[in-house]
Design a binder for this molecule. Sequence first.
Ligand code: ADP
Ligand code: MG
Length: 230
Amino acid sequence: MAANRRHVVVTGTGTGVGKTVLSGLLVRRLVRRGRTVRAFKPLCSGGRDDALHLEAALGGLQSLDEINPWHFDAALSPALAARLERRRVDLAQVLAHVRAHAVGAGLVLVEGAGGLLSPLTADGDTRDLLRRLRAIPVLVASNRLGVLHDVRAALACLPPSVRHRTPVVLMDPAKADASTVRNARCLSEFHPADHIVELPRVSGAIQSGAVAPSAALNRRLDRILALLGA
Ligand SMILES: Nc1ncnc2c1ncn2[C@@H]1O[C@H](COP(=O)(O)OP(=O)(O)O)[C@@H](O)[C@H]1O
Ligand SMILES: [Mg+2]
C-alpha cells in the first residue's frame, strides 16, 4: 500500500441514510480540487444505482465495472443476495480489486453496503473491510429521532484506533423532526464536536453535478475532507 495513499470507507448506521449522496459529493469535490481519487462500491445488490452515481461523479476516470465488480439482483444485503445466486465473494477478493485499481490515487473512497455490520461478503462486513484496508471510516446517519442511539452504537463497534477520529455526518432528513436541530449538540457529549458535520438537503441538480454546490456546502465538504486528511 502506498504510504501516502489514504483509504476512506463511507459507512453508516444503515441503508438509505445518505452514504451515496455524500460519497458523490466528496468525489466531485476532490476531482474539482485536482486530487487523484478512485472510488468503489465493490458490492451492489438490487441494482447498480450507487455505482452509477459514483461513475458520474468521477467523470469518466473509472469504468462502471471497475467501480462495481460484483452485483446481485436481489435487494438484500450483498452477502445474502450473492448466496441466492449461489455465488461467493470473499473480502480478500474485494481488497485485491481495490488495491489493483487504486494505483496512483492519492485518495481511495469505498462505499460499504447497508450499515457498518451488515453482512457484505461471504466472510465479512464493512467493519472488516475498513480494518483490512486500514481505512478511516466516515459514519453517515440520518439526522432524525433515534440517531443518537444509532451513531453511538456504530461508534462503539468501530476499532478503538479510529473511533475518536471518525467524522460523523448527520444528513438532513426530507422531513425534520424535533430532534433534528438538537442531535449534533447532544452527540458532542459523546464524540468530538469538531468531528460532527451536519449536511443540508442537496438538490438532485447538485448531486448530479448539473449545478455547482454553494460555497457553504463546499465548506462543509472541505471540513469532512480535512478530517480525513485529504
Ligand atoms: N442530504 C441529502 N439531500 C437530498 N437527498 C438526500 C440526502 N441524503 C440522502 N438523500 C436521499 O435519500 C435517499 C437515500 O440516500 P443514499 O445516499 O442513496 O443512501 P445510502 O447510500 O446510505 O443507502 C436517496 O434518495 C437520496 O437522494
Ligand atoms: Mg448507497
